[in-house]
Design a protein around this ligand. Structure first.
Ligand code: DGL
Length: 281
């Protein structure tokens, strides 16, 4: 990407998990400025109702917009699945969620036209991925995996307990007792799951391709910036030698120190400039 000026992108998540999406954005669009909001005081979103998630998410994206975000990325799968329409209605700028780009990538990857989607309880109950994939003529089996988020947050990304849990979830998700659901793609429909991708790779059936929406979301953001700011996407944007020091600011509703420590693990880069935010009801 060769920006004529540095665009400011707001990234919203319920906590630190969305840093996996920020990482993909940084790889693809290194020259943008990023404002990242993690609603760490109110997570997990994955067990909450649509009305509560929408209320929290709208407050957070307004905050990002007030600080200059020109484009909003909803990195949280749960917030995208439950509240994208409300967020779009409240925002004055373009909003990109992770479900449509994830479904697009999965539809491109499946030859069987059958995929398995895993996510939080709330994401799975919303059937947002099902709708997005069925609109692309892909059959879907959805499986909630609520234990993965706490296990990843505990740092147990290569732990025997996590592997056991994954074996149980995935054997249920890929069970093909009737012999008519031989899915060939697994969609990681949650911000935390990319951290256990190597473990899931070992546990999932060998023929299955794993798709996470972070990379395809970053591509969608790049295309939108091109339309919005007339910035030319460049195929060489990844590993571009002109890449400078990333311009990153973080806002967290719980302890800034805790965000710094956990965030560094999720982002794979030092998380430094963290401001604690108290969103008034
Ligand atoms: N960010 C959430 C998601 O992608 C996972 C964590 C949570 O439940 O808040 O669905």
């Amino acid at each position: 990407m060769v920006p004529s000026r540095r665009p400011t992108i707001g990234v919203f998540d319920s906590g630190v998990g969305g840093l996996t999406v920020l990482r993909a954005l940084l790889d693809r669009i290194p020259d943008a400025g990023y404002l990242y909001f993690g609603d760490t005081a109110r997570l997990p979103y994955g067990s909450k109702s649509a009305a509560t998630v929408a209320h929290y998410a709208v407050g957070a994206v307004r905050y990002l917009q007030d600080r200059g975000a020109e484009l909003l990325v909803i990195a949280c799968n749960t917030a995208t699945a439950l509240a994208l329409d409300e967020i779009k209605a409240a925002a004055g700028v373009e909003v990109i969620g992770v479900v449509e780009p994830g479904a697009e990538a999965a539809a491109a990857a499946t030859r069987a036209r059958k995929v398995v989607v895993i996510g939080t309880d709330a994401t799975i109950r919303s059937h947002a991925y099902r709708r997005a994939l069925e609109a692309r003529q892909v059959a879907v089996r959805e499986k909630a995996c609520p234990l993965f988020v706490p296990l990843v947050e505990e740092g147990w990304v290569e732990h025997t307990v996590t592997e056991q849990v994954a074996r149980i979830y995935l054997s249920e998700a890929f069970a093909d007792d009737a012999g008519d659901f031989n899915a060939d793609v697994l969609v990681l429909g949650c911000t935390h799951y990319p951290l256990i991708k190597p473990l899931l790779r070992r546990v999932a059936p060998a023929h299955v391709t794993i798709v996470d929406s972070a990379e395809s979301t970053a591509r969608a953001v790049e295309l939108q910036l091109g339309r919005q700011l007339k910035i030319e996407p460049s195929p060489s944007s990844i590993n571009d030698e002109r890449r400078g020091v990333p311009d990153l600011k973080f806002f967290a509703t719980d302890s800034a120190e805790k965000f710094r420590m956990m965030g560094t693990r999720f982002l794979g880069l030092p998380v430094e400039d963290v401001v604690h935010v108290d969103l008034k009801e």
